[in-house]
Design a protein around this ligand. Sequence first.
Ligand SMILES: C[S@@+](CC[C@H](N)C(=O)[O-])C[C@H]1O[C@@H](n2cnc3c(N)ncnc32)[C@H](O)[C@@H]1O
Length: 494
Amino acid sequence: MKVAATTNTRERQEELGQFLTSSPVANFMASMFGPLPRTVRLLDAGAGAGSLTTAFVSRCCEKGDGVRAIEATLYEFDDTILDDLAATMIECEHRCTDAGIRFTFTIHSADFIQDISSRLAGDLFGTLPLAFDAAITNPPYRKISTDSGERRALRSVGVETSNLYTGFVALIQRLLVPGGQLVAITPRSFCNGPYFRPFREDFLSQLELRRVHVFDSRKAAFREDSVMQENIIFHGVKGRHQPREMIVSCSSGEQGDKITKIVSPFDEIVHPHDAQKFIHIPSSNGHASAKKTMDDLSASLASLGVTVSTGRVVDFRLKDALRKEPERGTVPLIYPCHFNGGTVQWPKPEARKPNAILDNAETRPWLVPSGIYLLTKRFTSKEERRRLVACLFDPYLMNAEWIGFENHLNYFHVNGRGLERHLAIGLYAFLNSTVVDQYFRRFSGHTQVNATDLRTLTYPDRDTLQAMGREITTLNLTQDEIDRLVTKYLNARQ
Ligand SMILES: C[S@@+](CC[C@H](N)C(=O)[O-])C[C@H]1O[C@@H](n2cnc3c(N)ncnc32)[C@H](O)[C@@H]1O
């Protein structure tokens, strides 16, 4: 395969979502297909320089599993890569000829979303929708705004989604014949993001998930965006009935690395009564035992009478009211940069963020009355050991009646007011424990923690949380100390 044109600037690559798959990963993806028909109509949407079709062809040539013909259809939008793509297809043709396989290809130099949506909607007079037995894809990844051409095109065929990659997958699913297979490498965000819920419903109602592969290490992520996405590879078969069991495999992402596999009941991947249809991915024993521990917990946040909300102060909307330093007429404004171990350090004059906000008629609706609140970061950095980072907001250090919580954090409260101290400290220990972190990682592949994620967790009951809270005399605890305490209380309940 030829290497992608080097004239592409990073910016252009980002706009096109052009992050090419390495050949070990492409080969691994091709190995995930199940038995194929004698003639395979193959789709490669967002084909780039053709590495995925090459891997598919290699697999068919090497495996000798009865494939006699491959009819490849490739979509690629970027003119500058088309020569490379065509050259790669000629190489595939030679390879197939040597192996006694007939290979034909069609390259559509077109926008996959617009072209396929028009075909599916019947707008292209005289053209039949395409039908495929197999699809392999590494779709572009980019947010698409509500009023964009892509969104309108997708909407016209009943697909509502906010990212190009889910748009690609949704259309590909529709092009598969019953029993047709899809292997895709995508960000993991669709598994739990609240905005992906309509996509998940659509996805799970059309595609039977047979296997999901995750990478242990973040370094194995092939693409990085501001929230440090993790990628997964999945293999699905067009059909309406999810299997009883699904394979979850895991590797470090390094070449030649050992692959571990576990088989999980599908009910544990997507919980039958979960309206959000989160896709949980248990990839290690730690994840599996965390799931068991969490399943045994009976309380929900709602049953504890507690709510979690996203910080209400959106700083750029209240710019004029922000102050670097506290002054007369202001109240504390808390950002994630004020997190300091288990507590809040305020003010932080050296921080780049403002420390205070004016308390006036304009800002008051966005403030909360002073009290004890539990705060969690909405975005953690990749250096942080845990996805969930919780700290206690204790107003004793600040002489203020109102507080501003900035939008990059979530806060736990009771009807807009503070929490009882021991309950808050118990929640602090629970949310910072390894068991919750492991459970969380089952369904979240990125470093973003949404309030919805926190709402759907199970929690220990109030008595247990308060007992934990009473036992903690300092919030300056090591991870081991937190884990020992939480494990002691959770085990005592059983
Ligand atoms: C993530 S890259 C993957 C390329 C290749 N399949 C691989 O795995 O190496 C996605 C490709 O999709 C192309 N692309 C982006 N938007 C597209 C669109 N709307 N229609 C067709 N191709 C598109 C990009 O130019 C890029 O080459």
